[in-house]
Each structure stands twice: as C-alpha cells, then as structure tokens.
Design a protein around this ligand. Structure first.
Ligand SMILES: Nc1ncnc2c1ncn2[C@@H]1O[C@H](COP(=O)(O)OP(=O)(O)OP(=O)(O)O)[C@@H](O)[C@H]1O
Ligand SMILES: [Mg+2]
Length: 352
C-alpha cells in the first residue's frame, strides 16, 4: 500500500485489506444520506494511511496524496489540488451513476479513469466540465466549482468520427480551439496562428494539417483533436477514450503525446480508457468505476484480484503477464482470454 492509500466506494465486506468500504448506489442518493456501511477516516483497522471511506461523515474524505511526478519538485504546501471530489454523487434523475466519490488529484498528475461501458466515465468528465451537476457532495476544479466553458480546461470528447465530406481541414479544427475563436482559421490573430502551428507540431500533424479532416485515418484525426484541446494552453486536459479504435502502435503514440505534454507543461490529465496497459507508464493514479462503486489509488492498489472482485461483486482475477495487466472475469459469462488485450469484464449487475 502506498502512502497515497487506496480509497474506495464499495458496499460490501470482503474488500481488500486497507480498502474501506462505502455506500452502495442503491443505498444512498447523496452524501451523508442512507446508512453508511463504511468506516470513518482513521477508525478502520488495517487501513493504510490516507485511506478513507466512500461514505465518510464529514470533512474531505481523502488525505492529500503526495505529488509523485517523476523528476518534479514537490509542490508548495498551499498548492490547490487540480481537482477534488468530496463524497460526490452523480445521478440522472433517480439513476445514480456513481456515489460518494472522494478523490484528489494534484497539478501535474495523470489520472486514468477505468470501467466498463455505461459505468459513468464520461459522466465524470461532464461533472468536471460543469455539464452534469452533482446530486450530492462537492467538486472543485482548479480551485473553484466546475464552470462551463472554462478556458483552463482542454477537452477531447469521446470520438464521433467526422463525416468524410466535412469542409474542414485539420488546421481549421485546431484553430477552433484557440481561446474565444469560433470563426475559422482565416481570422485568427498572429498569436493564434502561432499557437495553431505549435499545437500541430506538438502532435506531429503538420504533414496532413491541410487535408480534409474526414479523409484522415482515425489516428490522424485523434492527433488533431488533441491539438485542438491543447491549443488553448490548458492547465487540465480531459481525454475521453482517446485510444478507442486505434491499433497498439497508435495507442502508444497518443498516450506518449499526452503524457509528455503533462510532464513538460506540468499539466494535469484525466484520461478515460478501457485498457489500462497503454497508460501504465504514465498513470499516477487510477479510478475504476463500475455498478455505482469505485476504487481509487495507484494502479497496483486498485487493479488487484481482491479489489476488482469487490467492485464487481463477483470473482475476478487480475493477472500480470509480461508487464501487462489482464483482468479475467466470469461476469460476462464468457470469461476472458488472457491474450485478449481488452481487459475488463462486463458489469455483473445493473445500475439501480
Ligand atoms: N444526459 C444523460 N441523461 C440520462 N442518462 C445519462 C446521460 N448521460 C449518460 N447517461 C447514462 O449514465 C450512464 C453512464 O453513462 P456514461 O456515458 O458516463 O458512461 P461511460 O462509462 O462513459 O460509458 P462508455 O464506456 O460506453 O462511454 C449510462 O447508463 C448512460 O446511459
Ligand atoms: Mg463514455
């Protein structure tokens, strides 16, 4: 267990040692409601330092994690977290997507958001963007409650491909990300054009920047979408499955691109991905969401047989094979092939 500790929001006994449990989504629709089955900070036996419950009664639920970026100078004590979820619950109507989420991310950290389809990964980004209000708890982003259209946040939405004939060049798409610029590349200021060129160079998209975007490959389009998010020089970059439908080589390239940007600019990254393996060298922490439950901590803390079985409420085995992590589950009924690089079993239950 690291000093950062593992925090989780599970509703059952049998969680991994050091994992404290919280409310099930069915049991509570907001912070502090319901009858928490978890333990208050500091009261659990066998709990690692910094480990708290997903249903803590008061106060920020997670102790501030240590800043861990390689080669980085330790932050000043008063440094604002890049984001702080404090017993946050997100619901659409009566439907709780995840509840009592407590998670603090420091500036410069890389957070991987994992979980199966429909578990609420995009919703987590929408909460950070101020597009999905919380049903309970609190969330601060860059020192304040989420604000729609915050120029300090870059966003790469979940990919919806471009129409083949869309009359937009890659360069125009990137230009649309320049602060306040919504009318196309032609009217960009000199500084705006400089920033577009720099962003295109950062993602090595120069050679196809003038081609119609709908004719480019998925990997090329993805690079341009990332350039668009970076051109506004954000402090926080939210990427929703930027690796979807890319082959392994492109997955690695895109991950490096984003990870290197974070290291060079000391930007914070929230990276939604179905496969943790491409981000293993970059993720300072992960949060795994499924069935309204969640667990947060380092990769080694969260992706364990014990924690994953607790999250799925079913036998799940986490294997390390040649430096890769493979999750083998029975939840889907089909099991998982160890050589199949799509690692996460289907959820075993339905949301409430
Ligand atoms: N605006 C909305 N109104 C009502 N329900 C929604 C809304 N957006 C998402 N949902 C529901 O909330 C749940 C979580 O959705 P979300 O898109 O966050 O999942 P996800 O983890 O990103 O899934 P995927 O991996 O398929 O992208 C889903 O069941 C979805 O149908
Ligand atoms: Mg999604």
């Amino acid at each position: 267990m690291s000093e950062d500790g593992l925090t989780s929001g599970m509703d059952r006994a049998g969680a991994a040692p050091g994992v404290t449990t919280g409310d099930a989504p069915a049991a509570t629709h907001g912070a502090g409601s319901g009858a928490p089955t978890g333990t208050a900070p500091g009261t659990a036996t066998g709990t690692a330092p910094g480990v708290t419950t997903g249903a803590a009664p008061a106060g920020p639920a997670e102790a501030p994690p240590r800043f861990r970026r390689r080669g980085a100078v330790a932050p000043a004590a008063e440094e604002e977290p890049a984001m702080c979820f404090d017993r946050a619950t997100l619901a659409y109507g009566d439907r709780v997507v995840w509840s009592e989420l407590s998670l603090t991310v420091r500036p410069g950290e890389f957070l991987a958001v994992l979980g199966p389809n429909g578990s609420g990964k995009t919703s987590l980004l929408r909460a950070l963007l101020g597009l999905a209000p919380l049903a309970g708890g609190q969330l601060d982003v860059l020192g304040h409650p989420p604000r729609r259209g915050d120029p300090a946040i870059g966003y790469v939405p979940q990919h919806a491909g471009f129409d083949r004939d869309v009359p937009l060049r890659g360069r125009d798409l990137v230009g649309l990300g320049v602060d306040g610029h919504r009318w196309g590349f032609g009217r960009l200021s000199r500084d705006g054009r400089r920033r577009v060129e720099a962003a295109l160079e950062a993602v090595a998209a120069g050679p196809y920047a003038d081609a119609p975007i709908g004719r480019l490959s998925g990997g090329e389009q993805q690079r341009l979408r990332i350039a668009q998010a970076l051109v506004g020089e954000p402090a926080l970059l939210l990427c929703d499955e930027p690796l979807a439908s890319l082959d392994m080589r492109y997955q690695q390239e895109i991950t490096e691109l984003i990870g290197d940007w974070a290291r060079q600019k000391r930007g914070t990254v929230v990276f939604v991905t179905h496969d943790v393996n491409p981000v293993l060298g970059y993720a300072d922490r992960v949060v795994f969401v499924v069935n309204g439950r969640w667990a947060a901590g380092s990769t080694d803390e969260v992706l364990t047989t014990e924690t994953m079985s607790g999250l799925y409420d079913a036998p799940v085995e986490v294997l390390r094979v040649r430096g890769r992590i493979v999750v083998v589950g029975e939840g889907s009924g089909a099991g998982f092939d160890i050589d199949e690089p799509h690692h996460f079993p289907e959820p075993v239950g339905t949301h409430p």
